[in-house]
Design a protein around this ligand. Sequence first.
Ligand code: FAD
Ligand code: NAI
Length: 467
Amino acid sequence: MSSYDLVVIGTGPGGYVCALRAAQLGLKTAVVEKRPAHGGTCLNVGCIPSKALLHASEAFEEATKHFPVLGITVGEPKLDLAKMMAFKQDGVDGNTKGVAFLLKKNGIDAVQGTGRLAGAGRVEVTSEDGGNQILEAKNVVIATGSDVANLPGVTIDEEVVVSSTGALDLAKVPGKLVVIGAGVIGLELGSVWRRLGAEVTVVEYLDRILPGMDGEVGKQFQRILQKQGIQFRLSQKVTGVERTGSGATVTVEPAAGGAAEVLEADVVLVAIGRVPYTAGLGLDTVGVQLDGKGRIQTDDHYATNVTGIYAIGDVIAGPMLAHKAEDEGVAVAEILAGKAGHVNYGVIPNVVYTTPEVASVGKSEEELKKDGITYNVGKFPFTANGRAKVNHTTDGFVKVLADAGTDRVLGVHIVGPDAGNLIMEVAVAMEFGASSEDIARTCHAHPTLTEAVKEAALAVEKRALHM
Ligand code: FAD
Ligand code: NAI
C-alpha cells in the first residue's frame, strides 16, 4: 500500500494546483483523477475550450464584418467548423498535457481512477478496468468540482438538448439556438454560435441578465448583445423541452404566470447553473457533512468536520471559478504544511469573455446599498478613450465605486474591450487597500484602454479629464 502526506481527489484547477504547492512545500503527494486527462472541467470542457471557440468565432466575425472597415479585402470568409473544433481540441490537449508534465516534474504520483473515501486516512481508487488500490493518506483534499444542473423533467442528450459540454462540440451550426439561462455560460456560448450564424434566443427566469453582477452593467451589456443580434426573453420560465424529430420545442411562460408559448429550436442549451459533484465519493463512510445546497461544508481552513479531510473549489461554497479553486488549493496546501494559507474572498475577479468582455471585482452598487455603505461613483465611457475610439471598440464603460468617507475602492465594474485584463490593476490596488485617488494619481500609459480605468477613478471626484 502506498502512503502519502496528501492525497488530492480530482485534478481540476483546484486539485492539481493544490498538489503542486504541496509538493513544493515538501509533502509527499498523490492525485487521483477519473478522467483520462488532467485539468478538470476547466481544461477539458469549461474555461479552455470555451475560450478557444470564443477566440475563433470572434476572428470569424472580425473577418466577416470588420476587415472591410479596416481596409482589408480577403473575400468572403467561410466556416470550416470541423477545423475550428480541431483548433479547440489542440488547445485543450496542450493544456491538459501541460498539467501532466507539471505533476511529473514535481514528483507527484498521478493515479488514474475514481477515488472514494474508505475510512479514516484511506482512499480507494477503482480504475476503468475494475482494478482496485488503496492509498494511505495523512490528509485528503477533495477537489471533485461540479456538474451541470439539470432542469427537472428535461433530458440532456448532448445532441439536440445540450449542456455546455455538448454546446462546445456541435457538429453543425444550429439554425435556431434556444439558451435557457442568461448567466455566464449562456451568454458566452450563445455569443459563439451567434457569431457562427445561429439565431440565438436566451430565456431567463429573472428580469435581468447576469444576476449577481452590477445591475447597470447587466442592463448596458444586454443592450450591446441585443445590438449584436441575441434576443432575450426575460422573466420567463421554461416549463418543458420536447424533442421533435431533428429539433426540439421549448415551452415558456411568464415567470409571474400567464399564457404559455412554444419556441422552436434546432438546439437547446441548458445553462441554469452547476451543482457540487460528490457522487460516489463515499462521504458517508466517514461522515463528511454537506451544507443545505449539497456542498461539502468546510471551516475557514477548508477543513471538513472529519479530521484530515479537506475540500476546495466548486465542491464547496463560493463562486464557481477556476482561479478561486486554484487559490484555495494553494491556501490549503500551505495550511497543511504549517503555513498561513489564506484567500481574500473580497477581491476575486469575475470575467465574462464575450465581446465586449464584462469584468468585475468587489461589491456591486446593489450590494453596497444592501449593506448600507455610502459610496461615490466614478464612471467613464469607452467612447471617450482614444485607443477604443481608434479601434472602433467603444461599447461599454468603467465604473469605480469608492467609500464616501475614506475613498477606499470597494468595487469596480467594466463592460468593454479587454475588460478581463483591465480589471486586474484594480484587483491589485484593492489588495493594497487603494483609494480611487491612488489609481487616479498613477501614471497610465497612453494610448491604452487602461486610461479609461484612470479616468473613472478621477471621475469619483468629478475630475475626469477627457469627458
Ligand atoms: P473541476 O475543474 O470540476 O475538477 C474536478 C475534477 O475532479 C474533474 O476532473 C473530475 O473528473 C474529478 N473527479 C470528480 N470526482 C472524482 C472522483 N471520485 N475520483 C477522481 N476524480 C474525480 N471558470 C473561470 O474561472 N473562468 C472561465 O472562463 C470559466 N469558463 C467555464 C466555462 C464552462 C463551459 C464551464 C462549465 C465552467 C467554466 N468555468 C470557468 C468554471 C470552472 O471550470 C470551475 O470553476 C473550475 O473548473 C472548478 O475547479 P475544481 O478544481 O473545483 O473542479
Ligand atoms: P449561472 O449561475 O451563471 O447562470 C444561470 C442562469 O440561469 C441565471 O441567470 C439563472 O437565473 C437562470 N436560470 C436558472 N433556472 C432557470 C430556469 N428554470 N429558466 C430560466 N432561467 C433559469 O450558471 P451558468 O451560466 O450555468 O454557469 C455555471 C457556473 O460556471 C457559473 O457559476 C460560473 O461561475 C461558471 N462559469 C464561469 C465562466 C467565467 O468565469 N467566464 C464561464 C462559464 C461558466
